[in-house]
Design a protein around this ligand. Structure first.
Ligand SMILES: CC(C)=CCC/C(C)=C/C=C/C(C)=C/C=C/C(C)=C/C=C/C=C(C)/C=C/C=C(C)/C=C/C=C(\C)CCC=C(C)C
Length: 658
């Protein structure tokens, strides 16, 4: 259903009927590699929700039914075998699909370019990389909590309630469930994933947010998405992306970030031959940090016993990280690089992951992203990014925990200053030993704890960080002919003026995931995900008619720019288009002002100002992109791992978790 009341781009209630059949068998049709679930009796969420959740006039219902992704019947999936990489080869194959063995951190100082030095010897290259999808798509089932009434206290309480099923929340929840905790995830929307969700329209499967996936490799310690899935027995097949991003920048500067580090450096230094040493030194310093990170077992940095253990095992690496924690990428780039255009390029490199320039981007985060794209690589999950959250939600249910959809938490309940439960908009209450909020810190403390005094720690956070602007999104289906045959999957476009990098509508992010996975669109079509930064203020106070007209107008301008710069004939080729404004994102992602995440007010001290998971309120933890280390699917996955570890350290031993 497409909602007309408020020009919303994300689907509402009766989405994806193919995935919600809980009564009948699910068949997987493999023609065109597409997941299609057929059923005799498909029931829409709207129907079931009414039955399950009761009405708001009867808030504390008996036998409260909880929707959960359950391991319904994996038999249909057992027939489903991908022929490794064959079905899902990129349409425009340009380089070897995947390369690499573990990087020997001690060997690499970033100053040489041979791939052997990166541990990517020729013999290892072309090794097919597929994390096979054993349990990816599942069906919702009902889980009944007998006699709970949604408000009980005592023996039936959960160990943890997680508010929101973004990747950070789901990782925290699954990590806890694996330790034996009883977890309840409460999701306002009808599917899991938040910004990493998906929606389906007219045969297209769109990613709600970024399609650039880090953390999905099969090696090292930083493949946090792979590890999070594996923890609950799930795997997904992924498609290696040969080019992380293709930059189209002022002065006709075009740079492809190749998967192979040596290819990338060769391309960059061919554009800036006079800065070859500077390029090697800057990216070399990034590798030093990345190698240190990659050598650690990643757990909660708030847990002294773990930290001490890591220092004991890896003193040099820990000291390296401690040294770089307060530093920013821009300052380090300026130590080695003088060319203003190259420094602007480094700004653009940082901007695509932090929406701020290099001088404000923590060096540890920059290093993580600038190196992992070559080490583990960027890998797209077959079937779309939404599969990650669905798999985690299913894994959670498999471990005996639960997820409740359309559960809009409006309040964190405090008793004697301790967080003990939550209240939903329909009045139901749930209680747990710990509450983990995957809402932003602004939503958590400004809305869920409205009226309570803001803890000192949060005051400090809000002094250092503001809400980054939101974005305009355009999800389009286009005729395949409009793309030249060698088109890359991800593009960043800033046409004429470097000064426009951080301005609203200044730069354009474009992903074309069908370049890698053609199953996401109808035959002969591609998907374009287009994003540009803008603020909610720009969209407020408009009459509905003006608001709708503005969305069309702004989208037309962005599409014109892409047509002029990249794809002549783009406008004529559009078969489907849907526009999301910051208001759309605020509503569907439940993020204050639709914000992309926290942004430093001034020049931050690297990562030092970013808060960890504990909060000033006893029993309340935060997880997600307003926690250390910040935005990005892999970053929030790390915050989920840290949060679960911290919660387990705080209460796990008391209740005998593993
Ligand atoms: C205590 C003392 C003294 C000391 C201590 C020391 C130590 C041990 C330390 C440690 C540290 C650590 C471990 C850290 C860690 C960190 C991490 C992991 C980080 C991570 C990060 C990540 C990130 C940031 C990521 C991001 C990403 C992103 C955001 C992405 C995005 C994308 C997009 C937006 C898309 C684009 C598109 C186009 C281009 C089309």
């Amino acid at each position: 259903m497409f909602i007309s009341c408020c020009s919303l781009s994300i689907p509402e209630l009766n989405f994806t009927p193919s995935l919600i059949n809980h009564n009948s068998q699910v068949l997987i049709h493999q023609n065109r590699s597409k997941f299609t679930a057929l059923s005799n009796k498909v029931q829409s969420f709207g129907q079931r929700d009414a039955m399950q959740l009761g009405s708001s006039s009867k808030p504390r219902i008996r036998n409260c039914m909880i929707q959960s992704f359950e391991h319904v019947n994996t038999l249909p999936f057992s027939d489903y075998k991908f022929s490794r990489m064959k079905l899902f080869k990129p349409r425009y194959e340009k380089s070897s699909l995947f390369s690499g063995d573990s990087l020997k951190s001690s060997n690499f100082n970033g100053s040489t370019l041979r791939s052997e030095d990166l541990g990517c010897g020729e013999s290892e290259r072309n090794r097919d990389f597929a994390l096979m999808a054993k349990t990816v798509m599942s069906v919702d089932n009902l889980v009944e909590i007998g006699g709970n009434e949604g408000m009980s206290r005592g023996a039936d309480d959960y160990d943890a309630i997680v508010i929101g099923s973004g990747i950070g929340g789901l990782v925290a929840a699954t990590q806890l469930a694996v330790k034996g905790a009883r977890v309840l995830v409460l999701e306002k929307y009808v599917i899991p994933g938040g910004s990493s969700g998906y929606y389906e329209r007219d045969g297209y499967t769109f990613d709600v947010g970024s399609s650039v996936m880090f953390g999905f490799s099969d090696k090292g310690n930083l493949n946090l998405i792979t590890q999070a899935l594996a923890a609950v027995g799930c795997e997904m097949e992924v498609i290696p992306d040969p080019t992380t991003v293709h930059f189209h920048l002022p002065n006709d500067l075009s740079v492809r970030v190749h998967r192979e580090y040596s290819d990338f450096v060769a391309e960059l230094t061919s554009k800036f031959p006079h800065e070859k040493e500077g390029v090697l030194a800057f990216y070399g310093e990034c590798w030093k940090i990345f190698n240190a990170l990659n050598s650690l077992e990643l757990k909660s940095l708030e847990e002294p016993i773990y930290l001490f253990g890591q220092f004991f095992k890896r003193p040099l690496e820990c000291l390296t990280l401690a040294y770089y924690l307060p530093q920013n990428a821009g300052n380090i780039a300026r130590k080695y690089i003088k060319d203003p255009q190259l420094l602007s390029f480094i700004d653009a490199e940082c901007f695509i992951v932090s929406t701020i320039n290099a001088l404000q981007t923590p060096m540890i985060n920059a290093s993580m992203v600038l190196c992992d794209r070559h080490f583990g690589g960027i890998n797209y999950p077959v079937g779309g990014v939404g599969g990650i959250a669905k798999s985690l939600a299913k894994g959670l249910a498999d471990k005996g925990s639960e997820i409740l959809y359309k559960a809009n938490v409006t309040k964190v309940i405090l008793e004697q200053g301790k967080a003990v439960g939550v209240r939903l908009s329909d009045g139901r209450e749930f209680y747990a030993k710990t509450i983990i909020s995957n809402a932003t810190r602004w939503d958590t403390f400004g809305k869920l704890l409205k009226g309570e005094q803001l803890p000192k720690e949060e005051e400090n956070f809000q002094k250092l960080y503001v809400k980054a602007p939101s974005f305009l999104s355009i999800h389009m289906g286009v005729k395949a002919e409009v793309l030249p045959p060698d088109t890359d999957c991800h593009h960043f476009v800033l046409e004429d003026d470097w000064n426009r990098l951080e301005e609203p509508y200044g730069s354009i992010f474009l992903s074309i995931p069908t370049v890698l996975d053609s199953s996401l669109a109808p035959e002969g079509h591609h998907i374009l995900h287009i994003f540009t930064i803008c603020s909610i203020e720009d969209w407020e106070g408009l009459a509905q008619k003006d608001y709708d007209a503005k969305k069309e107008l702004v989208a037309d301008e962005i599409i014109n720019r892409l047509e002029n710069k990249l794809f002549p004939g783009l406008k004529q080729s559009i078969a489907f288009r849907e526009i999301g404004s910051p208001k759309t994102h605020r509503r569907y992602l439940a993020r204050d002002q639709g914000t992309y995440g926290p942004m430093p007010r001034g020049t931050p001290k690297g990562l030092l100002g970013m808060p960890f998971n504990t909060t000033g309120i006893n029993g309340l933890y935060c997880v997600g992109d307003s926690c250390f280390p910040g935005q990005g699917v892999i970053a929030v996955a790390f915050s989920g791992v840290m949060c679960a570890h911290r919660v387990a350290a705080d209460i796990g031993n008391r209740i005998g978790w593993k």
